[in-house]
Design a binder for this molecule. Structure first.
Ligand code: 5GP
Length: 365
């Protein structure tokens, strides 16, 4: 299914530190092992364990990953690599999310963390990255994608990718820290930050803690997406849906009433199949809620969540859907194209993407 790779795709739910190449993680772990900061022999097998990991184990792994990655130079490096990896499988629009981190011992503030991410975006060389709206770059934004004839796979024009950033609030954070993240997102809007994500261990924290920050984000015109229903928590799911975020991620432990509310509100769902199966949140692919949402034409988008941690890729997620549910190339293309309507970037980017997908569609006839 080469077409799953060559088809233009949009990635709307990718966590930066979950999307790191395993080779990079191993290299970073080795280097810290040599410095005596960690015991490499203890972490190697944890990094290389690709099969099922409970959600709890996944969050333990993130604590390890953050030890390996949280200095400015490494944040810049992983950002560059993650963008290059998505572009290499024909992701034409990427919304990358990450939790701004403060680490006084190495002089890192939430702002300097995000600046290191920006530096990573600027340092990508294998593909043209359009991430600054309304700037010098906007000229490239007008026609940012190779023409369908010279498409991403075999044309001679350079690959191009739009990138926008979402700043994540971790459920371990306080209300004040969450508001700080929203303020940072507002300051960084001119550099392509378009929204706020609520993520982190879903068994920790209370919805009410983040509500002031999320309301503030909304009042200021930022988009909001929430990790919703990763664990059974009926009240929180109701509260989240009542907030009416612009998108939600996962939507796993939903009861009848939640589905009714979701469907009547038309909130797009970011579907992360491999992640849900690997974390044992959904027992098997054939009972995944993708099927019901797809059949009822509910807005949805296929995403990777953590391509590094779960050893997947967006093309692989498309392949899984095509194989498991018998969808053909044209149906998968439409699934990808529909996602343009749920992106958080401005209408100019949307229009460019619509035009691009239309030209690809014509070539498919
Ligand atoms: P980062 O924000 O550090 O770039 O990416 C890793 C972080 O994203 C994790 O520490 C966690 O807060 C969040 N994250 C990654 N995958 C998941 C997931 O499947 N569910 C939830 N709730 N959070 C996640």
């Amino acid at each position: 299914m080469e077409w799953c790779v060559s088809m233009p795709k949009l990635e709307l739910h990718a966590h930066l530190n979950g999307s790191i190449r395993n080779s990079t993680l191993l290299e970073l772990a080795k280097a810290l092992g040599e410095k005596g900061v960690i015991d490499f022999s203890q972490v190697e097998h944890v990094i290389l364990k690709y099969d099922d990991r409970s959600l709890k184990e996944v969050f333990k792994l993130f604590d390890l990953i953050h030890i390996l990655t949280t200095d400015h130079a490494t944040v810049t490096r992983i950002t560059k690599e993650v963008v290059e990896d998505f572009a290499s499988e024909n992701v034409v629009y990427l919304e990358l999310r990450t939790t701004p981190k403060k680490n006084d011992s190495i002089g890192m503030s939430k702002r300097s963390y995000i600046e290191a991410v920006m530096k990573g975006l600027r340092s990508v060389s294998s593909v043209d990255v359009a991430f600054v709206p309304h700037s010098e770059d906007s000229r490239t934004l007008l026609n940012p994608l190779p023409s369908a004839k010279n498409d991403n796979c075999n044309g001679d024009s350079r690959k191009k990718i739009f990138v926008r950033l979402l700043l994540s609030i971790d459920r371990r954070e306080t209300t004040e820290a969450a508001i700080e993240t929203v303020k940072l997102a507002l300051e960084m809007r001119q550099f392509g930050v378009v929204g706020i994500d609520l993520s982190g261990n879903p068994s920790i924290g209370e919805w009410i803690t983040y509500l002031p920050a999320l309301k503030f984000a909304r009042e200021q015109g930022l988009y909001v997406t929430l990790h919703c229903g990763e664990v059974p928590n009926s009240k929180e799911i109701h509260n989240m849906l009542d907030f009416h975020p612009e998108r939600i991620g996962h939507a796993i432990f939903f009861e009848e009433e939640h589905w009714r509310k979701l469907k009547s509100s038309n909130i797009p769902v970011e579907i992360c199949l491999t992640s849900n199966i690997r974390t044992l949140s959904v027992p098997s692919i054939d009972v995944h809620h993708f099927v019901d949402l797809y059949k009822s034409k509910h807005p949805l988008v296929l995403c990777t969540d953590d391509s590094g941690v779960f050893s997947t890729s967006l093309s692989n997620e498309y392949k899984i859907v095509a194989n498991s549910f018998g969808l053909g190339m044209r149906e998968m293309f439409e699934l990808s194209r529909n996602a343009v309507e749920f992106i958080f970037a401005d209408s100019g980017v949307k229009e460019d993407l619509r035009t691009y997908f239309n030209s690809v569609a014509k070539n498919m006839e």
